[in-house]
Design a binder for this molecule. Structure first.
Ligand SMILES: [Fe+2]
Length: 252
């Protein structure tokens, strides 16, 4: 499970206190701005695979901009209801709705990037390797750890334009999916139901375990147009398999 940003935590804690999850009337909550969650490592710790300069732009500029944009959007009177929701709730409530595309894009990119930073670790990839239930499911789905690496690399390289490659768990099976732009597997299923708040809520899609960002801003400083080299290096050296195992155990 991705780390909760302070805003998400406050919202969820407030929601729990207000009985939101058990259908009790919602109480007015103070609007806290979304904040950029801290990186789980130093900004130079992923080098040489991802340089400090890339992190400086990607995290401190791009990720920060999505957070800033989201704060500005939920501050608008017409979006007041969304200011009371957590990040994932906004993603679920705004997916597939053309009139809410700006809210979705910025909330999903904030969610995706927080998840992405936690999908990486300085001594990950082949230095860590999947174990236990995660390894068993990888072997069942892709033949072997090495087989997974090739399919994940090919999916990430093959994603046309900006987007994301994801290792997900769907009904107990591991799969690789890609999404375009701000897309997120959680809302891949376009069917929805109306919640007690009378807003659309999207049915659970596959549960993300790991992701790689293949927007050009993720690699262009270090690799220029060589997306494949970047993706290979991330898979071999940075994927946080311990995090993926924890996420898998949480949904199994
Ligand atoms: Fe990004």
């Amino acid at each position: 499970m991705t780390q909760l940003s302070r805003r998400s935590f406050l919202t969820l804690a407030g929601a729990a206190a207000a009985g939101y999850f058990v259908g009790a009337p919602r109480l007015a909550m103070a609007v806290e701005p979304f904040v950029l969650p801290p990186l789980p490592y130093g900004d130079a710790d992923l080098a040489p695979v991802i340089s400090q300069e890339t992190i400086g732009f990607h995290y401190a500029k791009h990720h920060q901009t999505y957070v800033n944009n989201l704060n500005a959007l939920v501050a608008k009177p017409e979006n007041a209801d969304y200011a009371e929701l957590g990040l994932e709730e906004i993603v679920r409530a705004t997916a597939h709705r053309r009139s809410l595309i700006a809210l979705f894009n910025n909330a999903a990119q904030a969610w995706n990037h927080e998840f992405y930073w936690n999908s990486l670790t300085p001594k990950g990839g082949d230095n860590q390797k999947p174990t236990g239930m995660l390894l068993e499911k990888l072997e069942a789905a892709f033949g072997s750890y090495e087989g997974f690496k090739v399919k994940f690399r090919d999916a990430a390289v093959g994603q046309f334009g900006s987007g994301w490659a994801w290792l997900v768990c769907e009904r107990g099976e591991l799969k690789i999916v890609t999404t375009s732009n701000a897309g997120n597997p959680l809302t891949a299923d376009p069917r929805y139901f109306l919640g007690k708040d009378r807003k659309r809520h999207y049915r659970h899609g596959p549960i993300p375990l790991l992701t790689i960002d293949v927007w050009e801003h993720a690699y262009y400083i270090d690799y220029r147009n060589r997306r494949k080299d970047h993706v290979d290096a991330v898979i071999n050296s940075l994927l946080n398999w311990n995090q993926a195992l924890d996420r898998l155990a949480a949904v199994s």
